[in-house]
Design a protein around this ligand. Structure first.
Ligand code: FRU
Length: 447
């Protein structure tokens, strides 16, 4: 692969070869960010699950290394997490060289949870025996975190209980190898995918909350989440079943542990339409996003913002101010052409009925009276903020990621853009609107 294939996204991670799905074991270790991922190294469809591996210094440019975990006698390598054992509590490294510890599911045979470790970030060794016996068939996706107040580790594991009850089980450990069950929380049943697969669990300060206020967030693979408190053993939800993404085909997101500065940075599987023609690879990851909790009139909500380091992709900038939009007005974006782009638009709808942004042929339509945003048949409610719309839109070959309302709306749309169409536009119908400010950036690829 030369990363120049026509359908390969240019600033999103995708594998050199084969199928990928969930991000796994996101961790910062010895000066590098590590991205492991569900990988089929033998084909462009799901199967033969390994943990693939890539590293980055800045979360933007990735270098793919070989496979980190291979299927074994216990099963194939399903999803899981990673942490750095800073004080060598596992005894698998030394205090001078703390180990990176990976947790995975040995799936499809034993359904036990396994542990692998590394002291160089390149070679990985599994413990001979899995560390957690099967709870039920199909239990999977261990997420491990350090719980500072109690000085112990916590594992969250997805378990299918009777009658297809999705549930998250909590365990604790001090040596990282022996685990004690402490509690569980039920999500949805069957087709109701609340708390189904791929748990993610972390604590964040509440922006705009009481002084020092922090809350815990528990998420399943579809990004539906609960907010609550955690005492080290039991998670007590206070608000449940919120949706933190309004787009399509964003799945199994995970956050990095051990990030310098402590930011909570997320990457998810972006199910792209990349299995086309003679493609040698399939699927990709989202851009990295910073998560925060914010107090809103409706309650505490999770917000996502593109990480600041994405600015390193910018190669050119056009600024626009105070442009009147109408059905007849000249298109203020007419002079801008780009295959890869970042757009920041601040719009006041005034008397307009609809506002339409065109991104390389893809229509982004806002229906003012209903406060509804419609892209590629996906519809979501985006209330005006102080009478305004604020969009940040990332454009790559395989689609767009749109952020609105300071990150409360995250709308990824996997839609392969027409390679011959590099045009952008903005207009409105039914009255006039104002493009108060616009920044249009051309971006460079990462490969
Ligand atoms: C989510 C998932 C996980 C599982 C993995 C297998 O996409 O089904 O629950 O570990 O994919 O590839």
């Amino acid at each position: 692969a030369d990363y120049r294939e026509p359908r390969r996204s240019q600033f999103h991670f995708s594998p050199r070869y084969g199928w990928i799905n969930d991000p796994n074991g996101l961790v910062y270790y010895q000066g590098e960010y590590h991205l492991f991922f569900q990988h089929n190294p033998y084909g462009v469809n799901w199967g033969n699950m390994h943990w693939g591996h890539a590293v980055s210094k800045d979360l933007i440019k990735w270098e793919e290394l070989g496979e980190a975990l291979y299927p074994d006698d216990y099963g194939t390598m399903f999803s899981g997490g990673a942490v750095v054992d800073l004080h060598n509590r596992s005894g698998l490294g030394t205090t001078a060289h703390p180990p990176m510890v990976l947790y995975y599911t040995a799936a499809e045979k034993s359904w036990m949870q396994g542990l692998a470790y590394s002291t160089d970030g390149r070679s990985f060794k599994k413990l001979e025996q899995p560390i957690l016996p099967k709870v039920t068939d199909g239990n999977r996706d261990p997420k491990v975190i350090w719980y500072e107040p109690g000085q112990h580790w916590v594992m969250v594991l997805y378990v299918t209980e009777k009658e297809e009850q999705h549930s998250m089980h909590f365990f604790t450990s001090t040596d990282m190898k022996s685990w004690t069950f402490t509690s569980k929380l039920n999500g949805g049943k069957g087709g109701d995918r609340y708390l189904f697969e791929c748990p993610e669990f972390y604590e964040l300060p509440v922006i705009g909350g009481n002084t020092g206020e922090k809350k815990w967030v528990l998420t399943g693979a579809n990004s539906q989440y609960a907010i609550g408190t955690f005492d080290g053993k039991t998670f007590h939800p206070e608000e449940e079943r919120m949706f933190s993404q309004q787009g399509r085909d964003y799945y199994a997101a995970q956050t990095f542990s051990n990030v310098p500065g402590g930011q909570r940075i997320e990457i998810g599987w972006w199910r792209t339409h990349t299995n086309q023609g003679a493609s040698s690879f399939n699927q990709s990851m989202s851009i990295p996003m910073q998560l925060s909790l914010k107090k809103t009139p409706r309650g505490i909500r999770l917000i996502r913002q593109p990480i600041a380091a994405l600015a390193s992709l910018r190669t050119g900038e056009t600024s626009l101010v105070n442009k009147t939009l109408s059905a007849q007005a000249a298109n203020p974006l007419a002079a801008f052409h780009a295959e890869l782009a970042e757009l920041q638009l601040q719009i006041k709808p005034n008397t307009a009925k609809t506002i339409e942004i065109k991104v390389r042929g893809l229509a982004i339509q806002y229906q003012v009276a209903d406060e509804e945003l419609v892209i590629d048949n996906v519809r979501t409610h985006v209330p005006l903020l102080h009478g305004e719309l604020q969009f940040t839109i990332y454009v790559d070959r395989t689609g767009i990621e749109l952020f609105a309302n300071d990150g409360e709306v995250f709308m990824p749309i996997n839609h392969n853009l027409d390679p011959t169409n590099l045009a952008y536009g903005i207009s409105c119908t039914g009255g006039t609107a104002t493009l108060q400010a616009g920044k249009l950036y051309t971006l460079q690829g990462i490969w």
